[in-house]
Design a protein around this ligand. Structure first.
Ligand code: FMN
Length: 184
């Protein structure tokens, strides 16, 4: 049950330590993502990442975030943009499960992050058009999410109203609200 415990205890912090992430750990995140299953093994996922050591690209990604997210993401040492192929490479047909498959890859990354003492916070709060144009995203790809990654920081790095959110208990629907053994 160790994996289940780690899944249950993972959370998405906004207080990040500015400590750099070791390159081997960054590589391991993407290695975990790479082995996710996908529709037709289409591997729809692509990742563009920037650490604070690459301020030019970092700023291109950061610039697309909504202000709410910029307030806390500025402390995170690693920012990832996930993007998806719109079509399968093998037949050029629409890749109906592209976001699903990107999500599976990100799920793998999250478990690997937890295992290495890292935390990830995914975001949908960004300007998709701006994100795409800032990095000259090719037409066959579309933005899916941004992810802040880092070691957990002290809540004192956050403004007061964000500190309260950080300490709120995490909630989930009960199993009987989401799992069914009969037709609707
Ligand atoms: C696709 C996606 C988009 C999200 N967008 C944002 C966001 O823009 N800003 C933010 O602060 N959190 C965002 N979150 C984080 C969720 O609010 C968070 O995962 C959820 O409240 C459950 O909390 P937990 O991850 O700590 O269990 C997003 C999460 C996902 C998976």
């Amino acid at each position: 049950m160790e994996l289940l415990k780690s899944i249950q205890e993972r959370y998405s912090p906004r207080a990040f330590d500015s400590r750099e992430i070791e390159q081997a750990k960054i590589d391991a995140l993407f290695e975990a993502a790479r082995w996710a299953p996908s529709s037709y093994n289409g591997q729809a996922w692509r990742f563009i990442y920037a650490t604070k050591e690459n301020p030019e690209l970092w700023n291109k990604l950061f610039d697309a975030l909504v202000e709410f997210n910029q307030t806390w993401v500025k402390n995170a040492p690693l920012l990832i943009m996930t993007v998806a192929r719109k079509t399968y490479e093998h037949n050029k047909q629409a890749y109906a499960h592209n976001w699903h498959d990107v999500g599976l890859a990100v799920g793998n990354m999250m478990n690997q992050a937890t295992e290495m003492g890292l935390y990830m916070h995914q975001m949908g709060g960004f300007d998709f058009g701006k994100a795409a144009s800032n990095i000259n995203l090719p037409d066959e790809l579309e933005p899916v999410s941004m992810i802040a990654v880092g070691y957990k920081g002290d809540v004192s790095v956050l403004p007061e109203d964000f500190r309260k959110m950080e300490n709120q208990p995490r909630t989930r629907k009960a199993l009987d609200e989401i799992v069914f053994t009969k037709a609707f």
